[in-house]
Each structure stands twice: as structure tokens, then as C-alpha cells.
Design a protein around this ligand. Structure first.
Ligand SMILES: Cc1ncc(C[n+]2csc(CCOP(=O)(O)OP(=O)(O)O)c2C)c(N)n1
Ligand SMILES: [Mg+2]
Length: 364
């Protein structure tokens, strides 16, 4: 029998009708951000700040040299420079323990390797395809690994490193080794479905992982506002009950302070954190990008007002460090990078037989 036309419409379910959260309602997605905002800048002493500065400058000078070698034809294939984003890798990885915590990232990976103290000679040799390279010259710019440091690449498939990072975090938990995984990805990668599948499982299983969105404003030539419905990336974990943090990725002390809060939360067994670091890349997406989608003035404006290295320099000078000391440091870093380039150029290419090593074939 048909329902009487006068029957009441089914009421819409309101929030009050939904079951209470399993934790009893005290789940606070914003608590980490609130903690962090109490003290946004890490209190580094002079020696610590000097070391952050030195490491950021090493990345900058290394990347400039890589750009030159690319121009000379010594580096082939893809090459994505990290210039402008240095404070993110240094702020986070200075709070991590190489060999205990794991790191995984996309193809813009040279800076993350240098931030872990990996020998610049081996990275430059990899970029130039030499046998002495960290992946024996067969990985190039995008595929560098150091399992010794628990650095798991270097990945060219946008977003794929996030799922692999979920696996690394699972291994930390399973092996009870006390480590956590830092999984970096870009604002463009943030629109990949597998990122959210990973967040769901990581939250469900309480995995020790910090998802780090390096929001540099662009995915290749597409500005975030043109590709993302939600450009506040730190909010995107809410659906998975993952707390978010919004961090100025152009300030190494702010990134370090945020890392302390996030790592303490994760290490205490509370599951994942999603951290958005707002940053900027000065160079094109890759070496073959003429960057016509933005103006020179925009890039220049960021350089002049927000450069992470200049900021650390100003902080050091405020602590009383002499500018001449910083100039000498720059000189010695330039010399170190020149030595790495020299080492790479003089290193032999891999033997043809290397084509058949490190290849997974047949029985497994
Ligand atoms: C699955 C997949 N889709 C598309 C590409 C092509 N691609 C390479 S980089 C890139 C943009 C990624 O931008 P973002 O995640 O913001 O990282 P950024 O380059 O800014 O560091 C795209 C679409 C790819 N490598 N993999
Ligand atoms: Mg980007």
C-alpha cells in the first residue's frame, strides 16, 4: 500500500544524532597548532643557528652548482632544484635522527639528502651519472637512496612516496624501533587519491608518520588556487582525525619548533600529524621550465622579503655574529661544493655490466 501523502518527511540527521567519537569526545584536531602557536620560533643558541644556516647555505650553493652543471650538459634528464625551500628540510630533519627516523620525498630530493648529512660528493656524482654516485649512477636526480640513513628516495610518481611512507611508518611500529617517518609531498601531490588512502590507514593504525606538504605555490605551471578547492592543506587530515599544523616554511626556526611539537605527538604513540609548510621555489619546476606562468617581480618579491637564508643571517647578526664570519663560511661552502663537482666530473661512468645489477628479476 502506498504511503499516505501526508506522512512526515524523514528528518535529516543532525550532528547530535551521530555516535560520539571513540575517544569520548576529547579529540582536538587543533591542539597541536595551539601548542605550536604559544612559541612559534625554536630557541636556537648561536651554534645551533649557525649550523642551520650552514646547512641551508650548503643546499643553496649545491643546487646553484647543479644548475650550472646541467647547463654545461654534465647532468642529463630531469633535475628539480630545491632553491628557496631549504628551511623546510633543515627545520624538520635537524629534529630527526638519521638511521632511526625515515625520510621519503618526491623528485625534488637533493636538499633532503644534504639535510641528512649525506656526502655531497656522492649526490653530485649521482646527478652526473657516475659509478661513485649514491645509486651507482643509475638513479640520477630523482632516484637517490641511502638506506644507511633511512633515506628512501627520491620518487618520480607524484604522490606515490606518501603511500610508501605509510609503509615505512608501519615498519617502525611493527619493529618497535621508536622511529617515525617524515613523508614529504607537494601541493600538487596533495590532490592524489592515494595520499588520502594512506592517511586513513595511518590514522586507523596509529602509525608514526608526519605528512609534510611543501606548499611552494605551484605544481609545475599551475598555481595552487587554480588546482585546489581547499588550499589550506593542513586541514585536509580532518576527515581522518589527523591534527594539522600550518607553518611558515621560510623560517627555519619556525619549522624546527613545529617539528618538535609534531614529533613529540607522534613519538608518544598518538598517530599521524599533517604539517603544511608554506614555501616558495625560486627556480622553474625543473631545468626545462621557462616559468612563464609567473612574473619575475613575484619571484624577486619573495627573495627580498622572505628568503630563509637571509632570515637566518639576520637572526645570527642579531645574536652578535660578525658578517665576515658568515662570508668566510660561504666561501668554505662554495669550495666544498666545487670539490663535489670536481669529484663528480673526474669519477668514471658505470661499467656497462652495471646495467644488470640491482635489477629485480625472476624468482621471488
Ligand atoms: C602520477 C603523476 N602524475 C603526473 C606527473 C607529472 N608531474 C611531475 S611533477 C608534477 C607537479 C607536482 O607538483 P607538486 O606536488 O606541487 O610538487 P613540486 O614540484 O612543487 O615540488 C606533475 C604533475 C607525475 N610525475 N606523476
Ligand atoms: Mg608545488
Amino acid at each position: 500500500m502506498a504511503k499516505a501523502a501526508t506522512s512526515k518527511p524523514t528528518p535529516r540527521i543532525g550532528a547530535a544524532d551521530l555516535p560520539a567519537p571513540a575517544e569520548g569526545g576529547n579529540f582536538a584536531l587543533s591542539s597541536l597548532q595551539q601548542n605550536f602557536e604559544k612559541d612559534r620560533r625554536f630557541k636556537a643558541d648561536e651554534a645551533q643557528l649557525l649550523s642551520f644556516y650552514e646547512q641551508m647555505l650548503l643546499i643553496r650553493r649545491f643546487e646553484e652548482k647543479a644548475g650550472q652543471l646541467y647547463g654545461l650538459g654534465l647532468i642529463g634528464g630531469f633535475c628539480h632544484l630545491y632553491i628557496g625551500q631549504e628551511a623546510v628540510a633543515i627545520g624538520l630533519q635537524s629534529a630527526a635522527t638519521p638511521g632511526k627516523d625515515s625520510v621519503i620525498t618526491g623528485y625534488r630530493d637533493h636538499g633532503h639528502m644534504l639535510a641528512y648529512g649525506i656526502d655531497p660528493n656522492l649526490i653530485m656524482a649521482e646527478l652526473t651519472g657516475r659509478a661513485a654516485g649514491i645509486s651507482h649512477g643509475k638513479g640520477g636526480s630523482m632516484h637517490m637512496f641511502s638506506t644507511e640513513h633511512k633515506f628512501y628516495g627520491g620518487h618520480g610518481i607524484v604522490g606515490a612516496q606518501v603511500s610508501l611512507g605509510g609503509g615505512l611508518a608501519f615498519a617502525h611500529k611493527y619493529n618497535e624501533d621508536g622511529g617515525l617517518c617524515i613523508a614529504y609531498y607537494g601541493d600538487g601531490a596533495a590532490n592524489q587519491g592515494q595520499v588520502y588512502e594512506t592517511m586513513n590507514m595511518a590514522s586507523l593504525w596509529n602509525l608514526p608518520i608526519v605528512f609534510v606538504v611543501e606548499n611552494n605555490g605551484y605544481a609545475m605551471g599551475t598555481a595552487v588556487g587554480r588546482s585546489s578547492a581547499e588550499t589550506e592543506f593542513y586541514r585536509r587530515g580532518t576527515a581522518f582525525r589527523i591534527p594539522g599544523m600550518k607553518v611558515n616554511g621560510m623560517d627555519v626556526l619556525e619549522v624546527r619548533a613545529a617539528a618538535e611539537v609534531a614529533f613529540a605527538h607522534v613519538r608518544a604513540g598518538n598517530g599521524p600529524v599533517l604539517m603544511e609548510c608554506n614555501t616558495y621555489r625560486y627556480r622553474g619546476h625543473s631545468m626545462s621550465d621557462p616559468a612563464k606562468y609567473r612574473t619575475r617581480e613575484e619571484v624577486q618579491g619573495v627573495r627580498e622579503t622572505s628568503d630563509p637564508i637571509e632570515r637566518a643571517k639576520a637572526d645570527l647578526m642579531a645574536l652578535g655574529v660578525n658578517e665576515d664570519k658568515l662570508k668566510d663560511l660561504d666561501k668554505s661552502i662554495r669550495a666544498r661544493v666545487a670539490e663535489a663537482a670536481d669529484f663528480a666530473e673526474k669519477s668514471p661512468l658505470p661499467e656497462p655490466g652495471e646495467l644488470y645489477t640491482d635489477v629485480l628479476v625472476g624468482e621471488y
